[in-house]
Write a protein that binds this ligand. Structure first.
Ligand SMILES: Cc1cc2nc3c(=O)[nH]c(=O)nc-3n(C[C@H](O)[C@H](O)[C@H](O)COP(=O)(O)OP(=O)(O)OC[C@H]3O[C@@H](n4cnc5c(N)ncnc54)[C@H](O)[C@@H]3O)c2cc1C
Length: 387
């Protein structure tokens, strides 16, 4: 039997990956945990924390060293999002959108000039956001109506985007608009829009169930002039930018979900070992042990799906089905595990003085953004049916 070159276990990390993950976990415990309750109550994330994330090196993970980034892999980004989300999934999604959507899209589709202009900013201080959805187009994303009119040197963008993560903090927005509504998806074009561009503004901020510290806002484009040099990829090929970026992005959401599920499970294990009823710790009851064992097994299965999808992506292998499966499964696992954690805390699980009710609220978003669970099922079904 050939041993050399056989695949390593999916959850085995390289030394560098272990060091990186541990440094992010340590940061999350030290710098984020004390802020979680206040950030959730106030529905805001302090800029000082965002600055610390830049210093930690998690805001430009795949940006090459030469452009000020960490020169890491997509898998590193997944590890960072997972580790941050064990403590606060709102911070997890800020880092996720920055890396797996914005930087990813720019690196894949951007010109050399765009790379030189924007990647160093994104690695050093600029937050990015990704604006596809509108009031009338969510799952049916390519029904978007934001219009881009070619006016010689510039494009003039008019329309509204809804539900845009990081919008409150972002300096750079990847905005999708159509240059030709009659051309259907073939009119869709991606633009790099700076917050300071005339005609661009950030509108209403949503008051949400969960991930409350992550901003979600409307964007207003009122005859916003965008230089032709800021078209990302080709005119009329924005649908490809969107599809391909979101295929990768949903692995990041899988990472957010396994991180928050791990956080909830850790709390549940610690609490059931402490809390005594009927003269013994809750964790001494076999009924409770079995519930925890089920949760740990579901979480491990979710993690294997997420890591496999990320490793496939880094290996340059097809990962479309793996990404859809990992998001679908990990979002469901997160919902089950956070619900169990609330249950095992009893009445204490239902109040804000303990951390699990927040994670329960945070989990729901995994079934909604970057393609709802039904849309993931649609992708998986298409692949297995060959349709
Ligand atoms: C907190 C938050 C952050 C977000 N961040 C971003 C962001 O940064 N950028 C961005 O562009 N968007 C973002 N979104 C938007 C998000 O991606 C959409 O909400 C999502 O794609 C669903 O679209 P919708 O809300 O219009 O729901 P709809 O598409 O109207 O779906 C409603 C329901 O119908 C089901 N459904 C729809 N079509 C089908 C079908 N063909 N078959 C079966 N079932 C179907 C869906 O599964 C869902 O359950 C965010 C949303 C939220 C809530």
């Amino acid at each position: 039997m050939e041993k050399a070159g056989s695949p390593t276990p999916l959850t085995r990390l390289t030394e560098d990956e272990t060091l990186f993950r541990d440094s992010v976990l340590e940061f999350a415990g030290r710098e984020i945990r004390p802020l979680v309750r206040e950030m959730d109550d106030q529905a805001r994330m302090p800029r000082t924390l965002i600055d610390r994330l830049f210093e930690l090196g998690v805001m430009g993970i795949e940006i090459p060293d030469a452009q000020g980034g960490a020169g890491g892999t997509f898998f590193h980004a997944v590890l960072a999002v997972e580790a941050l989300s064990t403590v606060d999934p709102s911070v997890g999604v800020l880092v996720d959108v920055q890396n797996t959507l914005v930087i990813n899209a720019l690196r894949r589709w951007g010109s050399d000039t765009q790379h030189a202009q924007y990647l160093p900013q994104l690695a050093a201080r600029a937050v990015g956001a990704y604006a596809l959805s509108e009031a009338g187009s969510g799952s049916d994303a390519f029904a978007l109506t934001t219009r881009a009119v070619d006016s010689g040197g510039d494009f003039v963008l008019t329309g509204r985007k809804l539900w845009i993560t990081n919008a409150n903090e972002a300096d750079l927005f990847v905005v999708f608009a159509t240059v030709s509504p009659e051309a259907g998806y073939r009119g869709i074009t991606a633009f790099l829009v700076e917050r300071s561009f005339a005609g661009f503004s950030v509108g209403k901020k949503e008051d949400k169930l969960g991930i409350r510290a992550s901003s979600t806002c409307e964007l207003l484009l009122e005859e916003c002039r965008v230089p032709r040099a800021n078209v990302l990829g080709e005119v009329g090929r924005g649908y490809k930018v969107a599809i391909e970026t979101l295929n990768e992005g949903r692995i990041g959401i899988g990472a957010q979900m396994i991180g928050l599920a791990q956080g909830a499970l850790d709390h549940a294990i610690a609490y059931t070992k402490e809390r005594k009823q009927f003269g013994k710790a809750l964790a001494d009851f076999q009924g409770v042990q079995f519930q925890l064992a089920h949760a740990a097994t579901e979480l491990e299965a979710a993690r294997l799906l997420v890591y496999n999808a990320a490793r496939l992506r880094d290996a340059g292998e097809p990962f479309l089905t793996a990404a859809a499966m990992c998001k679908l499964f990990s979002a469901n696992a997160a919902e089950h595990i956070t619900s169990l954690a609330v249950q095992l805390f009893g009445g204490y699980g239902y109040v804000k003085d303990y951390p699990v009710e927040k994670l329960y609220r945070d989990a729901k978003i995994g079934q909604i953004y970057e393609g709802t669970s039904n849309l993931q099922l649609q992708t998986i079904a298409k692949q297995i049916l060959g349709s």
